[in-house]
Design a protein around this ligand. Structure first.
Ligand code: ATP
Ligand code: MG
Length: 283
């Protein structure tokens, strides 16, 4: 049985549970229970605050965990980063009041910076040879400059709207972060095998993300033009239809170029185009 630490509530909770569900691993959610056994895989989930996830995995209380790279780097525990998960994207940035002139990091020399990420900030400042004082604050870092606690802030940014509404501007991006699957460094052989099985499922889910299965009918003389348009995984499958002179073409398309490609297909004679979501893809 594998034990995975998941944020009990907050920004990473829903995406983590949804990703496991797509891999057919269902976690029965009752916010009151700390430990829950999953259905569909020998896995149990331990619900924790994200602050506690790196240490829990390091100590081996949990075998795996899902946590933001920012949180992991700040806590600094030596665990394996098994894979990035493609959600919870954000960055850790330095921001200063909008009206300030900014040329380079030397602006921060002698300044006071408020943050919840002192360790990552300290490391960055050392690398740049900047001496600044760090004021550790756990919540509402973004109001620090307007209330006079600090000259600048170092905090999580995603859209940037929080900065704008606090009259701040982002001047240095220090870390790009997303949710990562972390693992204890000394898993037993049995647990490693379970982790491999879990990764195989996650891979199949991730591969299929944004992809669509497309079926269409076309007169045989259009097949060559259609094949040229389709950037499928391999060449498309072409099958004869019962009606003479017509074929059915099957392929996989990326969601982001989907409409553009469909328009091109129609222009060269494709008809009866059917689009089907792909649940899993094993290459
Ligand atoms: P907990 O109660 O578990 O300690 P928290 O308040 O520390 O929760 P959340 O705000 O739920 O944490 O954020 C969890 C993680 O989500 C962050 O560490 C970060 O990796 C990621 N994240 C993505 N976008 C944002 C954002 N706009 N603001 C904050 N965190 C974000
Ligand atoms: Mg937290």
């Amino acid at each position: 049985m594998l034990r995975i630490a998941i944020q009990s509530k907050g920004r990473l909770h829903d995406d983590t549970v949804a990703l496991l569900a797509e891999a057919d691993i269902k976690i029965t959610e009752s916010k009151r229970t700390l430990l829950a056994k999953a259905k569909g895989y020998p896995l149990e989930s331990l619900f924790l605050r994200d602050d506690d996830i790196p240490q829990t995995v390091f100590d081996g209380i949990a075998d795996l965990g899902v946590v933001g790279l920012n949180e992991l780097k700040e806590k600094g525990y030596d665990v394996d980063i098994v894979r990035s998960l493609g959600f919870g994207g954000c960055r850790l940035s330095l921001a200063i009041p909008k009206g300030e002139d900014y040329t380079d990091v030397s602006w921060f020399e002698g300044k006071k910076i408020a943050t919840s990420y002192p360790k990552i900030l300290q490391q960055f400042l050392e690398e740049k040879g900047i001496h600044a004082s760090i004021h550790v604050i756990t919540g509402s870092v973004e109001i620090s400059t307007s209330i006079g606690i600090a000259d600048a802030i170092f905090d999580i940014v995603s859209s940037g709207s929080t900065l704008v509404s606090n009259n701040l501007k982002e001047v240095e991006v220090v870390l790009h972060s997303e949710a990562v699957l972390i693992g204890n460094k000394s898993l037993s052989e049995e647990k490693k095998a379970l982790l491999d099985g879990l990764l195989f499922r996650l891979e199949a889910v991730k591969q299929s993300e944004g992809k669509k299965y497309v079926l269409l009918n076309a007169p045989n003389e259009s097949i060559e033009a259609i094949t040229k348009i389709l950037p499928g995984m391999k060449s498309p499958t072409v099958m004869p239809l019962a009606e003479a002179g017509w074929s059915s073409v099957h392929t996989v398309l990326d969601g982001d170029r989907f409409w553009e490609i469909v328009a091109q297909l129609r222009a060269v004679g494709a008809q009866g185009i059917l689009v089907i979501p792909i649940e899993k893809m094993i290459l």
